[in-house]
Write a protein that binds this ligand. Structure first.
Ligand code: GLV
Ligand code: GLV
Length: 321
C-alpha cells in the first residue's frame, strides 16, 4: 500500500503506518502544497491513501488524479478543505481527527481571553522596548473575566470545555447559541440557550466562536453583528477564519464598536487583512490553538488509524462522509 502525506506530521502516526509495511512518501516541501504541486505528486504513483492538512483543498480535480485512493485522512478536526461531494461521488472515505485537540483549543481560546483582558502582549512589548521605568498606578489597565458573561457560539466538544473553564475558573455566566441544545452544559454549568445569535451578542462580554466552517457559518459575524455587541465586548476566534467578516472586524476594532479581540484563524490565511496587525486591541496567534504535544500526537495517531482501517477494508472510526 502506498501513502502520500502532504506535510510532515508527528512521528507517532507515521510509525504506525510504517509498522503496517506501507510505503510512505512525505512531501519534501516544508510548506503547504499548491493545488498544482499536490496534483503532480499524486500523479507520480498510484497512492492508496492520502494524509492531508487543513490547507489542502481536496476537490474534483484532485480526486480525479488519484483513482486508487480509498481515503483522504485529514490531519485536523475541521474538514472544510474537503469538497465532500467530489469525494463522495467516488465512494472514497474522508476522515478527520476529533477528540484529541478539544482541550488544547479550549485552553488557547481562554489564553486569548486572558491575554486580551490583562493586556499581556502589550505589556510584554512594553518591557522589551525598555519602556518599563517603574510601577505605575495607571499603566496598561485591563479588566477581569470574573463574573462576566461568556457568549459561546457553538457548544460542541471544544465549546463545552471553554464553558467549563470559564464557569469553574472565573465564575462566568454562560449563554450559548447552537443548532442543537447542549443539556450537559445547561445542567452542569447553568448555561442558558440563546434562541438567536443577536440575543447572545447583546448579552455577552466575551464572544467565543466554536463552530465548524460550512455555508451556514460563513460570515456568521459581520458588521451588523458587531454593531449588536456591547462596546466593551471582546471577540475570540479559534474556529475558522471565514466565520468572521475580517474587514468588518478590523473596522469594529478601529472604531471602538467592540473593545478588543483574540484571533487564531484568518479569513484568507496566511494572509491577514491589512491594518489588523497595527492595532493594539487585538492579540493574534498563527493558527496554533491545537499546537500542543498531546493534541498533535493524538491527531497524528487518529489520522493514521483512519488510514489503516480504510486500507484494511473497514469503515474508519472518524468518517465525515
Ligand atoms: C485545526 O484547526 C483543526 O481543525 O484541527
Ligand atoms: C501591586 O503590585 C500591588 O501591590 O498592589
Amino acid at each position: 500500500m502506498k501513502i502520500f502525506v502532504t506535510r510532515t506530521i508527528p512521528e507517532v502516526g507515521l510509525a504506525m503506518l510504517r509498522e503496517k509495511g506501507y510505503e510512505i512518501d512525505i512531501s519534501p516541501k516544508n510548506r503547504p502544497l499548491t493545488k498544482r504541486e499536490l496534483i503532480k505528486f499524486l500523479k507520480k504513483k498510484p497512492y492508496d491513501a492520502v494524509v492531508t492538512t487543513l490547507s489542502d483543498e481536496i476537490d474534483e480535480k484532485v480526486v480525479a488524479v488519484a483513482p486508487n485512493v480509498k481515503i483522504f485522512s485529514n490531519y485536523a478536526v475541521g474538514f472544510n478543505n474537503f469538497d465532500l461531494k467530489a469525494i463522495g461521488d467516488k465512494n472514497i472515505f474522508a476522515t478527520n481527527t476529533p477528540g484529541t485537540s478539544d482541550e488544547s483549543v479550549a485552553e488557547h481560546a481562554v489564553s486569548l481571553m486572558l491575554a486580551v483582558a490583562h493586556r499581556i502582549v502589550e505589556g510584554d512589548q512594553f518591557v522589551r522596548d525598555g519602556k518599563y521605568t517603574g510601577w505605575d498606578p495607571m499603566l496598561l489597565t485591563g479588566f477581569d473575566l470574573r463574573g462576566l458573561t461568556l457568549g459561546l457560539v457553538g457548544a460542541g466538544a471544544i465549546g463545552k470545555h471553554v464553558a467549563a473553564i470559564c464557569k469553574n475558573g472565573f465564575g462566568m455566566n454562560i449563554v450559548y447559541f447552537d443548532i442543537a441544545r447542549n443539556e450537559e452544559i445547561e445542567k452542569n454549568l447553568g448555561a442558558r440557550f440563546a434562541t438567536d445569535i443577536n440575543q447572545l451578542l447583546s448579552e455577552a462580554d466575551v464572544v467565543s466562536l466554536h463552530t465548524p466552517l460550512c455555508p451556514s457559518t460563513e460570515h456568521l459575524l459581520n458588521a451588523e453583528h458587531f454593531a449588536k455587541m456591547k462596546k466593551t465586548a471582546i471577540l475570540i476566534n479559534t474556529s475558522r477564519g471565514p466565520v468572521v467578516d475580517e474587514k468588518a472586524l478590523l473596522e469594529a476594532l478601529k472604531n471602538g464598536t467592540i473593545r478588543a479581540a483574540g484571533i487564531d484563524v484568518y479569513e484568507k490565511e496566511p494572509e491577514i487583512t491589512r491594518g489588523l496587525t497595527k492595532l493594539d486591541n487585538v492579540v493574534l496567534t498563527p493558527h496554533t490553538a491545537s499546537a500542543t504535544q498531546i493534541a498533535r500526537d493524538g491527531m497524528s495517531k487518529i489520522a493514521a488509524s483512519n488510514v489503516i482501517a480504510a486500507l484494511e477494508g473497514q469503515v474508519p472510526p472518524n468518517v465525515v462522509k
